[in-house]
Design a binder for this molecule. Structure first.
Ligand code: AMP
Ligand code: TRP
Length: 341
């Protein structure tokens, strides 16, 4: 059986947190053994909202190092930086020209983020989902593992591929590029904020106490969990919609402690908040320790990381270039003439 192609990416904005790990990267580690996997650090997406140019390159490398520290193996998976492969920007332009504006204007994430940026909203923010479609289509990805929040963007990528590209520009019975499927894994798919169990844990929350970053020290992890929002009820449960904090923290405990939800509920169901927070802290600290150790080693050896990213870029470029050529040809752009001697 031919292995399926998988592509995913995370933005290098701020530190990666438990949601990024449990909702995204942890699943990639499993997928790399079964499929032909491409994992990029999407730095071009990170500049669609105001960013600090002094931090971007460092955060891009840190994010790549965290992929590896979480268990992505560059022998199995292709790890690269999005902006290192210019085909992403080129395909984005070609797709821009065949994507209706109103498809982008109704994206939930755009409306949310644009609401915050007001009249400073960039064209890039509106175009964000088209760049994401380019990321995916360039590799002819079959499967795209993402959290639930990215479902709408993936649906857009499918519509662009199917209706706009293949539907209008493919020769009979052919496709220009593959139509991708989302891969949304239910367990741990959504990690909620520590300060409000109804909101997602997010890099963009101004309150750092709302999330546990993968590189937080054990002391900081304990402090954040101690301060995490609770309710006045004693005992932990998964299934009370009125108690989102209890459900979230219990789910984290189950996931990181390698227990089934039922086993976690059995074990902690009757604990008071104080006792439960202490055992949860232990499990989180223990789960993060090996990641932090490996991340430290990787950041201490810049040449090794450079080598991984350069190999990844070369592998990615070969695949991406072939797809870009197919789209150029389908849209009728003049072939590049070979260099004259
Ligand atoms: P972002 O932090 O928005 O760049 O997201 C990177 C990846 O992590 C995406 O696949 C998201 O769906 C996933 N992700 C981000 N935050 C969470 C969260 N709180 N719970 C689960 N997955 C998340
Ligand atoms: N938009 C995605 C997010 O915020 C990141 C992303 C960019 C992505 N390009 C991608 C995810 C391609 C999957 C595939 O999570």
């Amino acid at each position: 059986m031919e292995r399926k192609r998988v592509l995913s990416g995370v933005q290098p904005t701020g530190a990666l947190h438990l949601g990024n790990w449990l909702g995204a990267i942890r699943n990639w580690v499993t997928l790399q053994h079964q499929h032909d996997t491409f994992f990029c650090v999407v730095d071009l997406h990170a500049i669609t909202v105001p960013h600090d140019p002094a931090l971007l390159a460092q955060q891009t490398r840190q994010t790549a190092a965290l992929y590896l520290a979480c268990g992505i193996d560059p022998q199995l998976a292709t790890v690269f930086v999005q902006s290192h492969v210019p085909a992403h920007s080129e395909l984005c332009w070609l797709l821009n020209c065949i994507t209706p504006l109103n498809w982008l204007e109704r994206m939930i994430q755009f409306k949310e983020k644009a609401g915050k940026q007001g009249n400073q909203t960039s064209v890039g923010l509106l175009d964000y989902p088209v760049l994401m479609a380019a990321d995916i289509l360039l590799y002819n990805a079959h499967l795209v593992p993402v959290g639930e929040d990215q479902k709408q963007h993936l649906e857009l990528a499918r519509n662009i591929a199917q209706q706009r590209l293949n539907g209008r520009f493919a020769s009979d019975g052919e496709t220009v590029l593959n139509v991708p499927e989302p891969l949304i894994l239910p367990e741990g798919a959504r990690v909620m904020s520590l300060t409000d169990g109804r909101n997602k844990m997010s890099k963009s929350d101004p309150n750092d106490n709302s999330r546990i970053n993968l590189l937080d020290t054990p002391d900081l992890v304990r402090k954040k969990i101690r301060r995490a929002r609770t309710d006045a009820v004693t005992g932990l449960t998964f299934d009370d919609p009125e108690r989102p904090e209890a459900a979230n923290l219990l789910a984290l405990y189950a996931l990181l402690g390698g227990r089934s939800p039922a086993a976690a509920a059995q074990e902690c169901g009757r604990m008071g908040w104080g006792r439960f927070k202490a055992v949860l802290s232990d499990v989180v600290v223990e789960a993060l320790a090996p990641i932090q150790q490996r991340h430290g080693e990787l950041m201490a050896d810049p040449t090794a990381l450079d080598r991984v990213l350069s190999q990844g870029r070369q592998r990615a470029e070969t695949v991406a270039q072939a797809s870009l050529e197919r789209v150029r040809t389908a849209l009728g752009l003049a072939p590049r003439t070979p260099e004259t001697p």
